[in-house]
Design a protein around this ligand. Structure first.
Ligand code: GLP
Length: 534
């Protein structure tokens, strides 16, 4: 099975339309097998456009639909007969006499099915079959069952399908309980098959289709025996259920992620003394979660650098530690490891404020300044590490010393720690200011929020501190923009709770309309979400 993973529904529909159009150009008298459901609508819209532009011609095309509810009147707007006319047939130059759909009004369903098989045969079989996929793995209406029917037949719908279809009917009682559908072998006899899947609600079944052996509980797995099947799906359908682990200095967070949604989360305190014990605890939690969820991959975000698979992080027990290798001793499945700030940037780029951009730099303001660089929707990696934006040197002479060994690093000026230090110095130099009073009241507890409280009081000293802090931030951000040319800079960290109050002056001073400056949407979840997507 060939798999094409598209960015979104539009791209999926476009890809499918290209393949169907090519088929019609190469063989104008093609027999198409068609599907209903919401998934192929985008494909049909594009075929209508291509037909209008004269690029494809339906005048000699014959179509056979996969299925129809039973019983149902053709005039019922939920019948597939009605659907096909609305979505395609009435809008292209097809001869209605060449469009076949099992008759949901028939009094003799078995004869109708046998006749349908004959008709397909008479037309030389289906050249190209379009398929959607049900959430339970059905194709057409071939529901999971120990005994799958090979030919066109009358079938009972499962509760799962009846529930999925109920969204289209006004009441539950109206949802048909039966259907007429091509059988598995009818479908497999098609010369080519395009299977479409879109959206996170299909990710479980797509994962089962790709990873499970052929079985009758997921009828779509039967397609694996066909030599010419293309699965075209979007990212949300492809991602499957993944586990993201975000290792932090104080706690480790676990998130089970499906199509950008967190299905389950847990966390425990970081073990500071023994790397081996820490790994055992992480592995234990991962394996516990795997018993509950069909996890496809595990991604781990860790602070520090990763050199040749060896992790070194200053506030963790990892000193040139083979983290991936050790985890593999306990967990037998693919594990991907990357730096935690890179993971956060990836998470934000996939599911957060960065979703609409291809190139972003995530800057996290906290104890230090963290960063992750995403170019063309991928984490930018150097030989060992990359994205250590907090350590770009912005003061060449007399720069403040940084624990990394350099002097003048950006994080010594632009972190929240630096902001507080700058505020304390200014307070002590201006003992008649509101900032000084707040500092005296709170002492070492002075934090970003309290500095903003002084600003609220209209304190000019606090205002000056804030303005200078923004200047420091802007110096680094401008450099990053010059080097990487991103679509957006996404700022994260507790201080971004201030929202536009923080971001608007940055935007104003960066003064570059080509680059968006935005606040992270995912904040503390970005790391685990990104790790899951590694
Ligand atoms: C119905 C159809 C299937 C279709 C499925 C998925 O059950 N009989 O052919 O693949 O719905 O529908 P949707 O594309 O709306 O998810």
């Amino acid at each position: 099975m060939r798999v094409i993973v598209c960015e979104n529904y539009e791209e999926m529909s476009e890809q499918a339309a290209k393949l169907v159009s090519s088929q019609l150009i190469l063989k104008p008298e093609s027999v198409l097998g068609l599907a209903t459901g919401s998934t192929p609508i985008g494909l049909y819209q594009r075929l209508i456009e291509n037909n209008k532009k004269g690029e494809i011609d339906f005048s000699q095309v014959t179509t056979f639909n996969l299925d129809e509810y039973y019983p149902i009147k053709r005039t019922n707007d939920q019948s597939y007969y009605y659907f096909m006319n609305e979505q395609l047939f009435s809008k292209v130059n097809i001869n209605p006499e060449n469009t076949y759909i099992p008759n949901g009004e028939t009094k003799t369903p078995n004869d109708e099915c046998a006749n349908y098989e004959k008709l397909i045969k008479m037309h030389g079989g289906v050249d190209l079959q379009i398929l959607g996929i049900g959430q339970n793995g059905h194709i057409g209406f071939n529901e999971p069952d120990a005994n799958l029917n090979s030919k066109t037949h009358l079938t009972n719908l499962t509760e799962n399908t009846i529930e999925a279809n109920s969204r289209f009917f006004t009441s539950d009682e109206e949802v048909p309980r039966q259907a007429l559908t091509m059988g598995i072998s009818t479908i497999l006899k098609s010369k080519k098959i395009i299977l479409l899947a879109s959206g996170a609600n299909k990710s479980r079944v797509v994962s089962a289709l790709l990873n499970d052996a052929i079985n009758t509980s997921v009828p779509a797995t039967m397609l694996k025996v066909h030599p010419d099947v293309v699965l075209i799906c979007d990212k949300d359908a492809y991602t499957g259920v993944r586990l993201g682990v975000d290792i932090g200095g104080t706690e480790v967070k676990f998130a089970v992620v499906e199509g950008g949604k967190i299905l389950y989360r847990s966390q425990f305190e970081t073990e500071k003394d023994s790397a081996d014990r820490f790994v055992e605890q992480i592995a234990e939690e991962c394996n516990k979660i795997r018993k509950e969820y069909p996890i496809k991959t595990i991604g781990i975000g860790t602070p520090g650098t990763i050199k040749n698979g060896l992790v070194s992080a200053s506030n963790l027990p990892f000193k040139s530690y083979p983290l991936g290798k050790r985890l593999k001793d306990y967990i037998d499945m693919p594990i991907n490891i990357d730096n935690d700030a890179n993971c956060a940037a990836l998470g934000e780029s996939e599911f957060g404020a960065g979703e609409k951009y291809e190139n972003i730099i995530m800057v996290t303001l906290g104890t230090g300044v963290g960063g992750g660089i995403i170019i063309d929707n991928k984490i930018c990696h150097g030989k060992y590490s990359m994205g250590e934006v907090g350590h770009i040197i912005i003061e060449a002479k007399n720069g403040l010393p940084c624990p990394c060994g350099q002097t003048g690093c950006w994080e010594q000026y632009a972190s929240v720690t630096a902001f507080i230090r700058q505020a304390k110095t200014a307070a002590l130099e201006n003992t008649d200011s509101a900032l000084y009073r707040i500092y005296k009241e709170n002492g070492e507890k002075l934090n970003g929020k309290l500095i903003f409280a002084a600003l609220d009081e209209g304190c000019p000293v606090a205002q000056k501190v804030f303005d200078e802090y923004i200047d420091w931030l802007v110096v680094g951000i401008k450099s990053l923009i010059n080097i990487f040319g991103p679509d957006a800079i996404i700022i994260a960290g507790g201080i971004t709770k201030q929202g536009e109050r923080l971001v608007a002056p940055i935007r104003e001073r960066v003064n570059n309309s080509d680059v968006a400056i935005e606040v992270s949407e995912l904040q503390n979840d970005a790391g685990a979400l990104g790790a899951a997507m590694l």
